[in-house]
Design a protein around this ligand. Structure first.
Ligand code: CO
Ligand code: CO
Length: 344
């Protein structure tokens, strides 16, 4: 078989293929589950993982993430899928201990060597994360999809919930924004080499080092930026917090050429779904280019950690991130008040 472009097999790619949040609400709201005394977080909250207490000090955390190819190179696709699946564990401050793969593969139209390479890429990231692959499940499907369910352990006292942001905290982000736009440009055949390179490198990078640093500091809240975009995930941080998040738009790090792709209208469908769902939480953005709102709702695949930290610990945080080579950037602050997001 001749070489193929993996992204041609998909309608949407990466986390942009998620069912929209509004639609998901319709399927999940009001479901009743019996009470489990050890259940600390389940599907009804917007946390990155489900959490079940296993003894007085520890809990099991679990997550699953799989999606259609976001890049054409099968090894890199596997690596990105693993980095993305592990990320939810890191976003809560946990340590991954085992992974199970989820595979959908078109056996009649794609050579099995592609699945081999995807699996190798995934294992490369799992090895880096010291996380054994313990099994998996595969289905013959015309559209390839790949990812993992990851199980981890976490100390109950140090769980990083989404919405415990606190007045006067500062907000940081550890990866630049724009993977959705770059992917749309890739599918349109007009992506620049530098944009693709930067995006692929960012998506393949584990959030492990960043998470290990956060575990040594008094972080108040953390999540990872994925399919709902920076503003969508920031909404999950403000809801129930009693606080406003104020982003400084010009300091939000962007991948190369994304503003150009934005002005060309290469906007992923997921952006509109994300914006529609959370528009009412975005207040006071008059001083910001309206296109920026679209960019900040761009669905990210294997995005960075978004977290809040008291001002007093910022210089230590910045020092540790610099030493570790993690490009953590300060992008805003938290102010007690209405549960909304403002952009200045
Ligand atoms: Co997440
Ligand atoms: Co997830």
């Amino acid at each position: 078989m001749k070489p193929v472009r993996l992204t041609e097999y998909t309608r949407f790619s990466g986390c942009g293929a998620k069912l929209g949040p509004g639609l998901l609400d319709k399927a999940l709201c009001g479901l009743s589950q019996k009470d489990y005394p050890n259940l600390l977080a389940d599907y009804s909250t917007s946390e990155d993982c489900g959490i079940v207490k296993i003894n007085d000090t520890q809990a099991l955390i679990q997550t699953i993430d799989f999606f259609p190819p976001i890049v054409d190179d099968p090894f890199l696709f596997g690596r990105i899928a693993a980095a993305n699946a592990l990320s939810d564990i890191y976003a809560m401050g946990g340590t991954p201990i085992a992974a199970v793969s989820v595979v959908c593969f078109p056996k009649d139209t794609l050579d099995i060597s592609y699945l081999r390479a995807i699996t190798e890429g995934g294992l490369d990231a799992l090895n880096e994360a010291d996380t054994p692959l313990v099994g998996g499940h595969s289905i013959d499907d015309p559209e390839p999809k790949f990812g993992y369910s990851v199980t981890g352990l976490i100390d109950i006292d140090t769980i990083l919930f989404n919405n415990r942001i606190h007045d006067q905290d500062l907000l940081y982000l550890t990866k630049p924004i724009g993977t959705g736009l770059i992917n749309t440009a890739l599918r349109g055949g007009i992506v620049s080499e530098r944009a693709l390179e930067a995006s692929t490198t960012s998506m393949s990078t584990l959030n492990r080092k960043a998470s290990m640093i956060l575990n040594t500091l008094p972080i108040t809240a953390c999540t990872d930026v994925t399919g709902f975009g920076l503003l969508g995930h920031a909404c999950e941080m403000v809801i129930g917090s009693g606080c406003t998040i104020q982003f400084e738009a010009s300091s939000i790090p962007l991948l190369p050429d994304v503003k150009e792709y934005l002005s060309m209208g290469l906007i992923p469908e997921g952006t509109y779904r994300n914006k529609e769902y959370r528009r009412s939480y975005i207040k006071e953005y008059a001083s910001v280019d309206p296109d920026m709102i679209d960019l900040l709702f761009d669905p990210q695949t294997s995005g960075g950690l978004l977290f809040s930290i008291p001002k007093s610990s910022c210089s230590e945080l910045e020092r540790l991130m610099r030493v570790a080579g993690v490009p953590a950037v300060r992008i805003g602050e938290v102010i007690a008040g209405e549960e909304v997001i403002t952009l200045v």
